[in-house]
Write a protein that binds this ligand. Structure first.
Ligand code: ADP
Ligand code: MG
Length: 235
């Protein structure tokens, strides 16, 4: 999966992400299956920003986890950049996960590492085509934190921690960035700045962004909204 430049993204008609009849259930304590994602088919064009909306429990996080191969689907196919994701295991799975950026609602930074080392942490091992420290500094500058590289997460505000998390998600130059309620723990002004940043990545780098959000104002800023209810797409 190669990064698509912003210039070519607008002319590419092939979807970057193609879901066909994807299903995922979890066993309830009584053994009955809870269907979290129910027969979802969806094609997402490269270089677009998609809002994934729906009430709590509608399957947004599960769907993002399936696309990012954090969880495995029970059925259907998930293709990203022409690669079938559902069948991956071992090294192929590890390599795929590193090529997709994931941003969580609760940031999930490693508390004992500086901002800089958090950004470097998921770097593909043995990659020698760029200087990792220089690149991490560059990414911190991109997210507006050039002067906070040496800070521990506990010394950063929530918005700053989420910026570090976004820089970390970008270290392996992903064509696809998945963000699970990235503004959910932030005040609205800080949240707006985080969405500005995600949309800037789409515009400047052609990154495809899929973000789960409750916020209709954020969804309205995306190229397209898809809505889930009880695991089913409703739009
Ligand atoms: N690991 C899990 N084990 C059991 N049930 C789960 C698990 N993850 C999610 N679920 C259930 O799947 C449904 C969808 O959850 P989720 O994808 O987290 O929704 P959303 O992100 O839209 O709030 C919910 O009913 C939730 O309780
Ligand atoms: Mg969720």
């Amino acid at each position: 999966m190669e990064r698509t430049s912003a210039a070519t993204a607008s002319t590419v008609t092939m979807p970057l992400v193609c879901l066909t009849r994807v299903r995922k259930s979890f066993p309830l304590p009584d053994g009955a299956p809870l269907v979290a994602v129910n027969d979802v088919s969806l094609a997402i064009a490269a270089g677009t920003a998609i809002a994934l909306t729906g009430p709590s429990g509608s399957g947004k996080s599960t769907l993002l986890h399936l696309i990012g191969a954090i969880e495995r689907s029970d059925g259907g196919t998930i293709e990203v950049g022409g690669q079938e994701v559902t069948g991956l295991s071992g090294r192929g799975l590890a390599a795929y996960r590193r090529r997709v950026g994931f941003v969580f609602q609760r940031f999930h930074l490693l508390p004992t590492l500086t901002a800089l080392d958090n950004v470097i942490a998921p770097l593909i091992p043995f990659r020698t085509d760029f200087d990792k420290v220089a690149r991490a500094h560059e990414l911190l500058a991109t997210v507006g934190l050039a002067d906070r590289a040496a800070a521990l997460p506990s010394r950063l505000s929530g918005g700053q921690q989420q910026r570090v998390a976004i820089a970390r998600a970008l270290i392996n130059q992903p064509a696809l960035l998945l963000a699970d309620e990235p503004t959910g723990n932030l005040d609205s002004q800080t949240g707006t700045a985080i969405v500005d940043l995600l949309l800037r990545l789409r515009d400047e780098q052609g990154t495809t962004v899929i973000m789960a959000t409750h916020d209709t104002a954020i969804a309205a800023r995306c190229d397209r909204t898809v809505q889930l209810r009880d695991g089913c797409l409703t739009s």
